[in-house]
Design a protein around this ligand. Structure first.
Ligand SMILES: CC(=O)[C@@H](O)[C@H](O)COP(=O)(O)O
Ligand SMILES: NCC(=O)COP(=O)(O)O
Length: 238
């Protein structure tokens, strides 16, 4: 079964636009869980333009499903935040400062010894680690050498090519997933997954443990409502 983790960054974006507490991020997270989501994902960025560092503590205190914090471990503040929160999972993403959204995976070969240190730092604190990677065999193999528990395949390329040629769009992801399976690495995926492209992805990727979805899901909720939308996404996965 593939778990659905709802990324609630966009709820925080909306809240921050007026400076108050509407929509209430914690309430939305609890509602996502009540509506069937099996996890909550946040990706605090250094400028706190959506998720604020304090949000992670407020969420950790109440979330009953899997809490996944994504971010750039080259920021000491991010490391401290994750260690203080002890979420179920940390997803390490190689963002650069000021980036609009995540746009690449780790180079797990060049950054191998650095990632090794980061992975053991979080694992020693009892936190499962996932490393964000492009669907490239060498990067999957490099991830294994870091000691990570899982990888998260960066699905932007799949999503943007899906409507042109879905077989070609998914081919590198199937190869990367098979390699991860063979090496015993757990497999997550995310970025730009939506109601059009999710089913085909989930049906074709072997042993996909979890998808994290934010932008499209929250946008769909404007039309279908949050409860219906989460049910629609869950249906694509099963
Ligand atoms: C890691 C990843 O794939 C991103 O999708 C991210 O979690 C979303 O971040 P933003 O909401 O800041 O675009
Ligand atoms: N890890 C990917 C994620 O959390 C959500 O990405 P998106 O659906 O907002 O593109």
């Amino acid at each position: 079964m593939t778990k659905l983790s709802v990324n609630i960054n966009k709820i925080a974006t909306l809240r921050n636009s007026r400076g108050g507490n509407n929509p209430d991020l914690v309430k939305v997270a609890l509602d996502c869980e009540r509506f069937g989501a099996q996890g909550i994902t946040v990706h605090p960025r250094p400028d706190e333009r959506h998720i604020r560092y304090q949000d992670t503590f407020d969420l950790k205190a109440v979330i009953a499903t899997e809490f996944n914090i994504e971010g750039n471990c080259k920021e000491q503040k991010f490391i401290d935040l994750v260690l203080a929160n002890k979420p179920a999972q940390v997803t390490l993403v190689p963002d650069i400062l000021g980036q609009i959204t995540s746009n690449h995976g780790w180079d797990t070969i060049k950054e191998q010894s650095y990632l090794k240190d980061m992975v053991s730092l979080f694992q020693d604190a009892g936190i499962r680690v996932s490393i964000f990677v492009d669907p490239v065999i060498e990067m999957v193999e490099g991830a294994l050498a870091t000691g990570t528990d899982r990888i998260e395949l960066y699905t932007e390329a799949y999503a943007s090519y899906y409507h042109k040629n879905k077989e070609q769009a998914i081919a590198p992801y199937i190869a990367a997933a098979k390699k991860a399976n063979e090496l015993g690495l757990g497999l997550n995926a995310g970025h730009d997954l939506d109601l059009d492209n999710l089913k085909y992805f989930a049906q074709n990727i072997p042993n996909l443990l979890e998808v994290s979805i934010g932008h499209a899901l929250i946008s769909d909720a404007l039309y279908f409502g949050l409860e219906n939308t989460i049910q629609l996404y869950l249906k694509q996965l099963n």
